[in-house]
Structure formats: C-alpha cells, structure tokens
Design a protein around this ligand. Structure first.
Ligand code: C2E
Ligand code: MG
Ligand code: MG
Length: 691
C-alpha cells in the first residue's frame, strides 16, 4: 500500500506521541506503586507500634475486653485483613479478621471450625498480603506479639483505576494533538504541495496557470520557483509552436499549419454545406530575382508578397507560405466561381504592383492554381494536388495567370506520371533513338552539319515528341541519364561515320539546363577522349534558361567548354529572356533564331523587323546565325538576302533517322564539294578578325 506524505507524517506523530505517553505512564506506574507500597508499610508500622505500645498494660491486667477493643479498632483501618495479639508462647489472645476479604472468606467456607492460627498459616502463601510482626515488651520482658496483615488489593484496585483514568486522558491528548498537528500539516504543507502537483500536471498537458504564493517559507519559495519554471516552459512551448507552425521569414502559417487549417475548413464546410477555395500561388521567375538582385532582395520580395496577400484578404481567410516562393490562400464560404475569379485577380494585381526592393524597381508576377471544395476534391491531399496541378498548368500556359482545376488536368497529370515511369525503362529497352536534321549554308546549301534530335518510340503511344517528354525528364532529373546517352550515342556515331570515310560535319547537340548543372564539361571531355571526337565536331545547343542558374558555376562550365574548343550555340533565341546582357557576359559562337520568328517571313512585318534586328546584332557580336524551321523558298530567300548564314528546316530536310542520314551524307558526298566543319571555319574567321 502506498502511503501519502500526510499519512506518513500522521503515523510518525501518533507513534511518537503514543510512545512518549506510554513511557510516561510506565514511569508513573513504577514510581507510584513503590510510593503506595511504602505508604502501606508505613501504616502497618504505625499500627503495630501503637498496638504494641498500648497492649502491655491490658495483657498484664488480663483486660481482654480492652485488648479486644484494640483489635476491633483495626476494622476501621482500610487494607487491614487481620490483626492478632498472641501470647509470648504464641497463643492467640485477641484478634480481628476481615471476613469480607476474599481469601479469608474462601478459607472460612472450607474450614469453618478452624482457629485463627490456622487461618494465618493459610494466608502465609498469599503474595498480595504484607505481613508484619511486632513484639509487645514490658521492662525488657516479652509479653506477646502483634501480628498484622495488610492487603495490597485495594491499593492495587485504586492504582488501576487511577491508571485507567490517566491512560484515557493521555489517549485523548494523543488523539487531539495528532488531529491538530495533522490539520496544521495538511493546511500548511500538504495543501500547497497538492496545489503544486496539480499545477505540474496542468503544465504537462500544456495548460499554464500560476500557483498562488501564500507564504515566504520554503514552500512559498518552491511555488515562486515553480511559477518561474512554468513561465519558461510556456515561452519555450510558444517558441516551439511558432517554429513548428509558422514561417520564420514572413510570419505566415507554414505548410503544417496550412494543412491543419484545410482539415478544419473541410470539416466546417461539410457541416455548413459551403464551398471554399484553395489558391496555390507561385512567384514566376523568383530564381532570377535571387540571382540578379541577391538573396536579401529575394527575401524582401517574399515578405512583401506575404504582406500584400494578407492585406488583400479578410482576416478569416488563411494565407500560408508552403516553402520557397509558394504560397497558399484558403478562402472560405465562396458563393460562386465569379467571386473566386475576382479574388484571384485581386491577388495577381496585388503581387504585380511595382515595388522598390534593394534600390530597384521590381514587378513581381505569379501563377495561381485554384481548387474548389467539394467540386475538385474532398480531402486535403486531393485539393492540394489539384490546386498544385492547376498552378503547374498556369505556369505552363504562359505565367502571370490564374487557372481553375479541371478533370482534364487530372487526366494529364496521371498521363504525365505514367510517362515518367515509362521513361525510366526507355533507354534499357531501346525505345530511344537519334534523328539528325541537316543544317545547310543558306546561300549555297552546302552541308555543314546536323542537329541531333532525340526520339522516343513508346511501345503503346508510338512516337512521343521531345517537346513533351524532355521537360518531364528535366523536372524529374531523368534528363541527366538520357542526355548522357544522347551525347555518347552521337559521339559514337560521329566516329563510326568518320572511320567509314563519311564527312558528317558538326553535330549540334541539345543540352538541358538540368544536365548542365552536373559537372557537364568534365563528362563531355571524357566522352570526346573515349570516342576520339575532335572538339570542332561538336556544337552544344543551350537555351537561355541555363544562364538563369548560378552565374559563377555556369560561367565556369562555359569557359571550360570554350577552352576545350567546343562551339556554343544559343538555342531558341527570342523566345526566352533574350537578355542582351547574357550575350555580352557569356560568349557564344552561334545564335539560333527560333522558328516562331521564321514562320511569318517574309509577310509578317513584325517577324521581318525582329529577324533583321537579330541578324544585325549577331553581326555586331560576330556570331553565326542559324535560322530554324525554314519551311519554304520565300523564307529561305528572305533570310539569304538578309545575310543569314545557316538554315535548318523541313524545306532543306526533315530530321532523318540514322540510316537515312547516312544515305543523305553518302549522296551529298558523291555529288558536291568536300564538306567543311562550320565551327572550324567560324573559328578561323574569328582568328582572322582578331588578327
Ligand atoms: P529545338 O532544339 O529547337 O529543335 C528544333 C525542333 O524544330 C525539332 O523538334 C525539329 O524537328 C523542329 N523542326 C525542324 N525544322 C522544322 C520546320 O521546318 N518546321 C517545324 N515546324 N519544325 C521544325 P523536335 O525534334 O520535336 O524537338 C523539340 C525540342 O526538343 C527541341 O527543340 C529541343 O529543345 C528538345 N530536344 C530534342 N532533342 C533533345 C535532346 O537530345 N536533348 C535535349 N535536352 N533536348 C532535346
Ligand atoms: Mg535545338
Ligand atoms: Mg530551337
């Protein structure tokens, strides 16, 4: 059994008091029984002396009546059981016997006729009697003796009564003291301790109430210390709660908290049969802000975005930062889609309001994906996935817009995921192959080289366009492995053709931004050595998106490639950022005009002026230009007239599979002058110019 502190204390107090009282009583018993015995003896002595003093005259005068008077007087004395005057020879002369005494009564019952001496003999064995004998003398002559017996019985009875009374009194005192001490202890010690225990349990449950400090003693100090500790715990828990649920940069709820709010909103909306809207907001090209203006400005932009979103919405709506440049807005009780559209417009307007950050004017843009409860899902996972999916579509569809989730998007998403899986097995199962699209001299139509174009022949879907699967492979990182396969395959083919005496010209290989991040130049150098491919044989097509990545790393990679003697071509020029500062900072050899601008030539005045401007700029920067997507003679004639050096397109040749390309090369080689390596010639031209 577990004893509480109060019980232990009470047991200890009662035991100590009881032992003290018991010891006291024992001492009392001991001293008072000796005292009473002494008193008895004293009384016996007094009686004996008196009788032996007065008796000689009565004995000498044979006055038995007087002697009887003396002995009768003994009856008035308590405790005297018998008193007998015997002659010098021992014969009884006068006696008194207390016949009420139990021992005497017992003797008389059994021996009614016996004499007094027999009775005395009988009583000799009784321990409770105090017997005394006094000589009765006259002039030094022994006249007789006085025998007296005193009973301790009444003394003992009296003593027992006294003891019982005392024990009861002591017990009452013990009980009273115990109760009083227990009450004082309970109120002053146990109660504060129990209050502290209860408060500690509350702190354990995360509730914080301070305990009252009632005294200045140790318990008061303990209560004070407890309050200080509980306050520290509360602050620490607050901090942990904030860290776990809020974003430190913007102060907005974080992903955890956002998910919690969505769960609550789902439960509420299910009860009230209301709809709510989830907005997934992603800043467009946030990375370029970080890269060009620095991370501090990037952070400022995130904080400003958080404030603008917050200011646009009601207090009851949730704005959270999911991470990076992703925000989430939850708007409850939306009546119709028009209201949701209005909110989306307001959010886009608020974000794209020009602002000054880090001393620069910045106009931020965002893409928004919208999912509605219950229309687009009734669980956190489905709503989040669908809003994210819609946001992805908004980005893909040209950024700066808001898009509602549709079932079609879902199908596309599943399609995309399936394709991702299928792409994993594509290399091993030989589904990938390379096409080669010739690049010719625009004026003379001499063969210069070819762009290497990846093909995927899906076992069920048939041919899948690289425009579809390459972005997917980039998003999943699969492009690193696939790109490596393209490079190796292209190098191997180039060497095989050269060894067979075919002059393949240069090969322009598309390199993804993702691939470029993984120490690309080192890998390329390895492959070139392994397959014996000279640097002039290779041209690397990269898009401007590569230049958005970490500048120092990109610059280092590009420099290594240039040092190795490989040509660099800027692909799809005009469709991306087309920042002139990029062209200045990173040196390229070739610029490829995207087919979107070639398409409208020569009728579309906008395309005409754009292409003219690009060609003029390229001349100024001493860049070769390839026009992509040349589909008809008019386009080719215009480009040639404007001095565009190289052309590629269906007019000249469609992308050819390996066998067709070899046949094409054979025919060309048989018919026309020896082919030159364009890059080699370009380099010679640059050397001549610098000389
Ligand atoms: P790109 O680098 O701009 O490639 C040129 C695209 O234009 C090719 O499409 C080509 O078939 C097409 N094309 C050529 N001439 C004409 C024409 O006269 N008219 C029209 N309408 N189109 C023409 P393709 O092969 O579908 O490739 C699309 C994109 O996929 C490429 O654009 C490139 O960005 C990417 N890609 C292709 N192969 C690879 C690769 O091996 N690695 C990487 N990272 N990306 C690749
Ligand atoms: Mg290309
Ligand atoms: Mg291109």
């Amino acid at each position: 059994m577990r004893l509480g502190l109060g019980a232990k204390f009470s047991v200890a107090v009662v035991t100590i008091l009881a032992l003290t009282m018991a010891a006291n009583t024992l001492y009392f018993v001991h001293t008072s029984s000796r005292f009473h015995e002494n008193q008895l003896v004293e009384r016996g002595l007094a009686l004996g002396r008196l009788i032996s003093l007065v008796s000689p005259d009565a004995i000498l005068g044979y006055d038995f009546l007087l002697l009887n008077d003396y002995t009768r007087q003994l009856g008035s004395q308590p405790d005297v059981v018998y008193g007998v005057i015997v002659s010098a020879k021992g014969d009884p002369i006068s006696s008194y016997v207390d016949e009420c005494h139990p021992d005497v009564r017992q003797h008389l019952q059994h021996n009614a006729a016996s004499g007094i001496l027999e009775l005395l003999k009988q009583l000799e064995s009784q321990a409770e009697l105090t017997r005394m004998e006094f000589p009765i003398m006259h002039n030094d002559v022994l006249l007789g003796r006085f025998l007296v017996g005193l009973s301790k019985q009444s003394l003992q009875d009296q003593f027992r009564r006294q003891l019982t009374g005392q024990a009861i009194a002591w017990s009452a005192i013990v009980v009273f003291l115990s109760v009083a001490i227990h009450a004082v202890f309970r109120f002053n010690v146990m109660y504060p301790i129990q209050t502290l225990i209860a408060a500690s349990k509350r702190v354990g449950r995360g509730e914080h109430t301070a305990v009252e400090v009632k005294s200045t003693d140790e318990l008061g100090l303990l209560a004070q210390a407890f309050n200080a500790m509980a306050e520290e715990v509360r602050k620490e828990q607050d901090k942990l709660y904030r860290q776990a649920n809020f974003d430190t940069l913007t102060g907005l709820p974080n992903r955890m908290m956002a998910l919690d709010r969505i769960a609550q909103e789902i439960a509420r909306s299910q009860r009230t049969l209301q709809r709510f809207a989830l907005f997934f907001i992603d800043l467009d090209d946030f990375k370029s802000v970080n890269d060009s203006l620095g991370h501090a400005v990037g952070d400022e932009l995130l904080v400003a975005t958080a404030q603008r979103l917050r200011a646009t919405l009601r207090d009851s709506d949730t704005v959270a930062r999911l991470g990076g440049d992703e925000f989430l807005v939850l708007v409850s009780d939306v009546e119709n889609d028009i209201r949701v559209e209005e909110i989306a417009e307001r959010l886009i307007r608020a974000i794209s309001e020009p602002q000054h950050l880090g001393g620069r004017k910045v106009v931020a843009r965002c893409s928004i994906g919208i999912a509605l409860f219950p229309d687009n899902g009734d669980s956190i996972a489905s709503l989040m996935a669908n809003a994210d999916n819609a946001m992805y579509q908004a980005k893909a569809g040209g950024k700066g817009s808001a898009i509602f989730f549709t079932e079609e998007m879902n199908t596309r998403l599943h399609d995309r995921m399936q394709m991702e899986q299928d792409l994993n097995a594509a290399i091993e199962s030989g589904q990938l192959s390379l096409n080669y699209q010739p690049i010719l001299d625009a004026a003379t139509q001499e063969h210069r080289g070819a762009e290497v174009l990846l093909r995927w022949n899906h076992p069920e879907r048939g041919p899948v366009s690289p425009a579809v699967f390459v972005p997917l492979a980039e998003a999943t990182g699969q492009i690193v492995r696939i790109g490596d396969w393209v490079l190796e395959q292209a190098c191997r083919n180039w060497t095989q053709w050269s060894q067979r005496g075919i002059e393949p010209g240069f090969l322009a290989i598309n390199i993804s931004r993702v691939q470029f991040r993984k120490r690309f130049s080192k890998r390329l150098a390895e492959l070139m050595t392994q397959h014996g491919v000279p640097p002039q044989a290779l041209e690397l097509e990269i898009t401007e998106s590569v230049l958005l990545d970490d500048h120092t790393h990109v610059a280092e990679e590009l420099n290594s490639l240039r040092a190795a003697g490989v040509s660099l071509s800027l692909d799809d020029f005009g469709t991306g950022y087309s920042s002139l500062s990029y062209l200045k900072r990173f040196r390229f050899d070739v610029l490829k005009i995207d087919r979107a601008f070639v398409h409208g030539l020569p009728g579309d005045p906008e395309d005409v002026s754009l292409v003219k401007a690009i060609l003029a700029m390229a001349r100024g920067l001493d860049l070769h230009v390839v026009a992509e997507g040349v589909e008809n003679q008019e386009q080719l004639a215009f480009l040639t007239a404007q001095g565009c050096e190289l052309a590629q397109g269906y007019l000249l040749s469609r992308p050819l599979d390996e066998a067709s390309y070899v046949r094409y090369l054979d025919q060309r080689q048989a018919g026309v002058q020896p082919l030159q390596l364009a890059s080699a010639r370009g380099r010679q031209r640059r050397l001549a110019a610098s000389a």
